[in-house]
Ligand binder design. Structure first.
Ligand code: ADE
Length: 239
């Protein structure tokens, strides 16, 4: 029974993403932790806690840790936009991560690890692929397919860099098999892994990580945020 009242955490980097969720939410209250606002309420009758973390791996991991410590979420969903870097990934497409990688974590100079491999507490076991919950991700993907007629499933590459270089995007695909790049997914999944919280990363493509990315990104961010809101509001009762 307790499971039913534990909220679903929803983290987005940008204000527009959280605004879209809050517009559809009810009974909203707010608290502040780590200089971030955490909104508790209900979406389609289901308890949620949602916060804007601002861009980047540290901001998103901090936000997920606050949720874990103060709100006991039964899962955390990281939503937002991403740059499409895999073949056939177009602006407006939905990508749901099978797992995420932190492409800019690099201890390869020490000679005993691969790019993106991170030693994790409690025993320094090396991890490169930060898992997403397959059951939650599958439900999100099915809803995306029924609403939008498509959904890509695959690797999302996370790093502290806005990608606006097609060669770099190509490298992310060739090195990690990444379909999309963004700045929060793997770090949210990292925090979730250490706290034993299932997570999913749901992204809408706002640009293709190329020379036009800085123009496309703000243009499509708002549209993408409402796409995610509609999807979440439609599927949240089944999660
Ligand atoms: N989020 C949306 N587009 C992005 C890009 N091109 N690089 C990193 N994060 C993004």
């Amino acid at each position: 029974m307790k499971n039913d009242i534990r909220p679903i955490g929803i983290i987005g980097a940008m204000q527009v993403e959280i605004e879209a969720v809050l517009e559809a939410a009810e009974e909203v209250t707010v608290q502040e932790h780590a200089s971030m606002k955490f909104y508790s309420g209900k979406l389609s009758g289901i308890p949620i806690v949602t916060a804007q973390c601002s861009p980047g791996k540290v901001n998103s991991a901090l936000c997920a840790q606050v949720m874990a410590d103060f709100y006991d979420p039964r899962m955390i969903l990281n939503i937002g936009v991403a740059g499409g870097v895999g073949p056939g990934i177009a602006i407006g497409d939905v990508v749901i991560a099978t797992h995420c990688v932190q492409y800019d974590f690099d201890c390869t100079a020490l000679g005993n690890s691969r790019l993106g491999e991170i030693e994790l507490p409690p025993d320094d076991k090396k991890t490169r692929d930060f898992p997403c919950d397959s059951g939650i991700s599958e439900k999100l993907a099915q809803k995306a397919e029924s609403l939008y007629g498509h959904c890509h499933r695959g690797v999302i590459a996370t790093g502290d860099r806005f990608v606006a270089d097609p060669e770099f995007g190509k490298w992310l695909y060739e090195t990690f098999g990444a379909l999309a790049c963004e700045m929060e997914g793997a770090s949210t999944a990292h925090a979730c892994l250490l706290n034993g919280i299932p997570c999913a990363v749901l992204r809408t493509i706002s640009d293709n990580g190329n020379d036009e990315a800085t123009v496309d990104f703000p243009t499509f961010a708002r549209e993408s945020a409402y796409k995610a809101q509609k999807l979440l509001a439609g599927v949240i009762e089944t999660l």
